[in-house]
Write a protein that binds this ligand. Structure first.
Ligand SMILES: [Zn+2]
Length: 62
């Protein structure tokens, strides 16, 4: 089953609300993604619970 979900969160640098698409297929993941507004790297980790994306950590990746 292929599943992805768009989740909104606040950038830890510029505090803009941004949204990203996360895959729930492989369970939780963590990776670094650039903010689409200020282009600075954000460390994101999430888990998958009952098919829902739950963000666990949104931090500056430095
Ligand atoms: Zn930003």
């Amino acid at each position: 089953m292929y599943s992805e979900e768009e989740v909104s969160f606040q950038c830890p640098y510029c505090f803009e609300d941004i949204s990203m698409v996360f895959e729930s297929l492989y369970g939780g993941q963590s990776y670094i993604e650039d903010c689409e507004v200020c282009c600075r790297p954000i460390e994101i980790s999430y888990k998958v619970q009952e098919g829902q994306i739950i963000l666990e950590r949104i931090e500056r990746a430095q």
